[in-house]
Write a protein that binds this ligand. Structure first.
Ligand code: SF4
Length: 221
């Protein structure tokens, strides 16, 4: 894809949503970190359902440590992999208190040293909480980058590198949210909604679905 087309794609996203926001609910950087750890292989909605009552009870490393692994499990057991996540979150609280005065560090290496925090989680926290121009590549962004031709790559790391290289600086802060929301609601995995896609004419995907289902003789769902 050529640079002009990439720029045009981001300009469309920006015009449609100048200040995009993710769907995880949080009030502090620590709450965001815990929510992102919980969101691995889970929907944001399911995470929000669990964290609303959790954060009423405990929303600091000290309070979560007091709750303990078993206590935390009671709040998050509707979320996949909750036992592992509970263990990781409690261990992360311990480390935050021991090494970072209970604060979430603004540093990739320190973030990735926390249990349950990989590159993607670190990227999300750096981007959303600290305004760093990182682009976390999840399943949606991986799919869109490849489908559209925005930044094709064989694995998430290659796509991340491509997006960082090809995305003009002025769009980097919001690229993560634009792409993730587009993948969640329009460019969905099984059957992308190309007919209602705002970048349809710019996207290079060869298997686009019909622009007008009626014209194509298809019934609207
Ligand atoms: S045109 Fe279709 S494949 Fe391309 S980005 Fe839009 S929804 Fe996805």
């Amino acid at each position: 894809m050529n640079p002009a087309r990439r720029r045009a794609i981001y300009e469309r996203f920006r015009a449609a949503s100048p200040e995009p926001r993710g769907e995880l609910e949080y009030a502090t950087t620590f709450e965001l970190l815990v929510a992102v750890i919980l969101s691995a292989q889970a929907t944001d909605k399911s995470v929000n359902r669990a964290t609303r009552p959790l954060y009423q009870k405990a929303n600091t490393p000290q309070a979560l440590l007091k709750l303990g692994v078993k206590g935390l499990e009671q709040f998050i057991k509707s979320i996949g992999l909750y036992r592992t996540k509970a263990k990781n979150i409690i261990a992360t609280c311990q480390l935050l208190l021991e090494q970072h005065d209970g604060e979430v560090p603004r540093d990739r290496e320190a973030l990735e040293a926390l249990p349950g925090v990989g590159r993607k989680t670190a990227n999300v926290v750096l981007n959303i909480a600290f305004g760093e121009p990182t682009i976390a590549v999840d399943t949606h962004i991986f799919r869109i980058a490849n489908r559209t031709g925005l930044a094709p790559g064989r694995d998430p790391r290659a796509v991340e590198q491509g997006l960082l290289k090809f995305t003009p600086d002025e769009f980097k802060l919001h690229a993560h949210h634009w792409l993730i929301l587009h993948g969640r609601y329009v460019c969905i995995a099984r059957s992308p909604r190309c007919g209602e896609c705002l970048i349809r004419d710019l996207c290079e995907f060869r298997g686009k679905t019909a622009e007008d289902p009626a014209k194509a003789g298809l019934k609207k769902a």
